[in-house]
Design a protein around this ligand. Structure first.
Ligand code: G3P
Ligand code: MG
Length: 254
C-alpha cells in the first residue's frame, strides 16, 4: 500500500495512544477494546521482550508504575508476568487485566478490526532479538487488519533491521529531539511516517516534513487547542491518551 493510499483511505486524525489509556489501563486488552468502543479505528502500542524472549505489550523497562510487581522486565518470564495485576493501579475494576503478549493483542486487533502502530521498544542490547521475534509472530498471524501495521521505533538499530528483513513494511521513524538533518535517516530506512514529540513541532518544521512527502504523526496530544493547531498546520494524525475527547472537542465524528 502506498503512502497516499494509506492516508486517504484510513489514517484518521487521532490515534489511541497505548489504547484508550485515559479510560483503561494502558497497553492492556481492555485499553484496545475501549478504544474500539469509543469509535477509534487506530491504536498505538509498545512491544518489548521478557527474559525468555517472548514479545509482550508493555511500555516501561520495569514493573512498578503499571503493575503490582517490581523489578526489571528483562529479568522476568512471561509465566510470572502474566500472574501480575496490570489494571488495579489504574482502577480496581480492571484488576483482571494482565500484561498481554503480542499474539493476544494481535488477536484483539483482528477481532475488533483495529488498525495499529506497533512501536518496537527494545531493551538495550536486545534490538535484534526483538525484531526477529516480532516478525516471527507477525508471519505466524496471517489474519487481515483493516490497514497494514505501521511499525515504528526510536531505535535506529531496530529501524535498519526491520527494513533489511522486510522491504515492504511501513516504517515510522520516532524522534524525541529535533535534528536538523532529520531527513537523511528517513531516506536511509525509507520510512512512510515521521512520528515526533509534539513539543518539537512548529509550523516551519511541519511544513519542512510535509513538503518532503512524509506522513507526520505527533505524540502525545491531550489538549484540544494544541490538537487543533497541529492538525491545522498539516500534521496528519496525533497520538492521544484521550482520543475520544479530542475528536469530540474538534467536532470530528469517530
Ligand atoms: O509512538 C508514539 C509514542 O508512543 C512514543 O513515546 O514513550 O509513549 O512510547 P512513548
Ligand atoms: Mg509508544
Amino acid at each position: 500500500m502506498s503512502l497516499t493510499t494509506l492516508k486517504s483511505s484510513i489514517m484518521p486524525p487521532v490515534i489511541a495512544h497505548r489504547g484508550a489509556s485515559a479510560q483503561a489501563p494502558e497497553n492492556t486488552l481492555a485499553s484496545f477494546i475501549k478504544a474500539k468502543q469509543l469509535g477509534l479505528n487506530w491504536v498505538e502500542f509498545d512491544v518489548m521482550l521478557e527474559a525468555t524472549g517472548e514479545a509482550i505489550v508493555f511500555h516501561d523497562d520495569d514493573l512498578e508504575r503499571t503493575t503490582n510487581g517490581n523489578g526489571p522486565i528483562i529479568s522476568c518470564t512471561y509465566n510470572y508476568l502474566k500472574t501480575l495485576d496490570a489494571g488495579s493501579w489504574f482502577d480496581p475494576i480492571y484488576s483482571n487485566e494482565c500484561i498481554p503478549s503480542l499474539q493476544e493483542v494481535l488477536q484483539v486487533l483482528y477481532s475488533h478490526q483495529l488498525a495499529a502502530n506497533l512501536e518496537i521498544k527494545p531493551l538495550p542490547g536486545h534490538e535484534q532479538k526483538t525484531v526477529q521475534r516480532v516478525f516471527e509472530i507477525l508471519n505466524e498471524n496471517t489474519s487481515q487488519l483493516p490497514s497494514p501495521l505501521l511499525i515504528s521505533s526510536f531505535s535506529p538499530i531496530v529501524l535498519r533491521l526491520v527494513r533489511k528483513i522486510s522491504p515492504s513494511t511501513l516504517l515510522g521513524v520516532l524522534f524525541d529531539e529535533w535534528q536538523e538533518n532529520w531527513q537523511s535517516f528517513c531516506i536511509e530506512v525509507q520510512c512512510t511516517s515521521v512520528n515526533i514529540n509534539q513539543t518539537l513541532l512548529t509550523l516551519d518544521r511541519v511544513k519542512q516534513i510535509k513538503e518532503k512527502g512524509y506522513l507526520l504523526l505527533a505524540y502525545t496530544v491531550n489538549n484540544i487547542e494544541r490538537a487543533h493547531e497541529l492538525l491545522s498546520w498539516g500534521v496528519d494524525a496525533i497520538f492521544s491518551d484521550c482520543p475520544h475527547a479530542i475528536l469530540a472537542g474538534l467536532k470530528i465524528k469517530p
